[in-house]
Design a protein around this ligand. Structure first.
Ligand code: MN3
Length: 298
């Protein structure tokens, strides 16, 4: 089962200006083939489907996959927060005949404006739905770890290309952080493969051949040690992942560590209403009426 904490894994800067097309690009990192939905659901279903999970040899691998899956839940949350933020101020609060949504008519993604109230959605950068068959859970431990290694590397390439496409500070903060965390996961699955087979697959990293430290936002999180830290997203469980996540980081020789509990993170961005989208669609007298029913003093 899951517990939930009402914080983002990192503090995102409040957007000073809108950038709808950057929001569309970020969608690839949420609902694209190599997006956070794919890592989340792949690791989640692998963790659901383990055989012999109490076997002491199998358990460290299940603990690793289950724990990383839980972190990924916070990644879809973080990238969604960035998508939502990038739409702030993108429309006009004017009457319908003055076409309040016109600024978005020629935006890359009109689905956000028409169907979601300018919110994130599990779709890719062209608005195609995320697909359940992006999940890979073969039941074979070596093959699943090999797939996860590949998936993290594919996700890294997508993040790097999106980073090179967008310069909005809110977008870059999210992508820089996720780049760092994806690096942890790629290394973790590489080390899992080494434990299973003796092959040091992680020596292939980084793919593509550019260090995370070249991206200023990622470099900031590396200075904080994020690139060598696995957070344990459970008060009492998944402890055997430490049998895999140990040793030193190949980039700087610093020790790999497990942090008990989640990162400190940051507050959700409190985004304003969008009356022209009717989102949330309560204001003025409506709010006062509902407040009265809920027993809330405004
Ligand atoms: Mn991720």
């Amino acid at each position: 089962m899951y517990l939930r904490i009402d914080r983002l894994q990192v503090q995102l800067p409040y957007p000073k200006e809108p950038d709808p097309n950057s929001a569309a690009a970020l969608q690839e990192l949420l609902g694209g083939r190599f997006g956070e939905m794919s890592t989340l659901m792949t690791y989640t279903y692998q963790s659901f489907n383990f055989r012999m999970y109490k076997n002491p040899v199998i358990k460290p691998f299940r603990d690793l996959v289950a724990n990383i899956a839980t972190e990924e839940l916070g990644h879809i949350e973080l990238i969604s927060a960035a998508v939502n933020a990038l739409y702030t101020g993108s429309t006009k609060n004017v009457p319908p005949e003055q076409t309040p949504l016109k600024p978005l008519k020629d935006a890359r993604n009109t689905y956000h404006a028409i169907n979601t109230g300018l919110g994130a959605y599990p779709m890719d950068s062209h608005g195609a739905s995320w697909r359940g068959d992006y999940i890979f859970a073969s039941g074979n431990l070596v093959l699943d770890m090999l797939h996860n290694f590949f998936l993290e590397v594919g996700a890294r390439l997508a993040k790097i290309r999106v980073y090179e496409m967008v310069d909005h500070p809110t977008a870059r903060e999210a992508v820089g952080y996720l780049l760092t965390r994806g690096g942890v996961h790629a290394l973790a699955y590489g080390k899992a493969l080494e434990e299973l087979t003796g092959v040091e697959v992680w020596r292939m990293l980084p793919i593509p051949n550019i260090e995370d430290s070249k991206f200023p936002e990622a470099a900031k999180y590396m200075k904080m040690g994020s690139h060598r830290t696995l957070y344990r997203f459970s008060p009492n469980d998944y402890k055997d992942l430490e049998r895999i996540w140990r040793g030193t980081h190949p980039a700087d020789g610093q020790p790999l560590t497990v942090h008990e509990g989640p990162p400190e993170g940051g507050e959700y961005l409190d985004l304003p209403e969008i009356p022209e989208e009717y989102a949330p669609g309560l204001s003025g007298d409506d709010l006062r009426r509902v407040a009265k029913r809920l027993g809330i003093e405004l």
